[in-house]
Design a protein around this ligand. Sequence first.
Ligand code: GSH
Length: 232
Amino acid sequence: MLARMFDVGTSLAATVNRGATGIAVGKLGRRPKRRLQLFEFEACPYCRKVREALSILDLSAEVYPCPKNGPRFRQEVEERGGRAMFPYLVDPNTGREMYESSDIVRYLFAQYGDGSVALPLALGPLTDLSSFAASVVRPGFGAFYREARRPEKPLELYSFEASPFCRIVREQLCALELPYVLYNVARGSRERSAFVARSGKMQVPYLVDPNTDSALFESADIVDYLEATYAV
Ligand SMILES: N[C@@H](CCC(=O)N[C@@H](CS)C(=O)NCC(=O)O)C(=O)O
């Protein structure tokens, strides 16, 4: 009980430190035909900026978690881009592949927004500092690989960046290096009605695992499910 309170409390503090950026959708531009791919890890402050942009721009993405010592996707980034540095974005719609969070954020707002970067992501060192402050209150969570079985198919997570409960689930997915399709359903999302039609209610996190035909709400239950199903 105390552990859970600590968990949710510190995750909420991370949200507060970023001014709840990623709680709501902003101005949208064209929609990508094919899903973006993001190589990142949850504890990385630079990766957070990109995830926030995805929430604001109401974009879903294939997420390939790259925790430290992770055996799979870190290597893929090194092979593709030449460096193990995160975040790394792949946009199959334009053929662009890029490092550098600020470049990625600018690219995403230019490509899929109205061209101007949302204010909380446009403050230079202040943006970076507050993202570091968000990581500091969740030290090590979603940073390091723990041995896990590989799922045949990617999992699916309905989420938005500012939710403290979704963060706890993303950290677990990351630590176990489980790839997933991230469906962002922040406030104002065009995807919300389809989500509610699928899940029965507007509540996140919601995890779908096509490997076991499971679908569940409740962050604590999802974390336990992932542990029992995939951790070694
Ligand atoms: N200026 C880069 C900095 C990226 C960066 O330093 N990322 C760290 C993680 S926070 C990294 O990739 N470290 C190497 C590693 O984790 O192995 C950006 O904004 O994207």
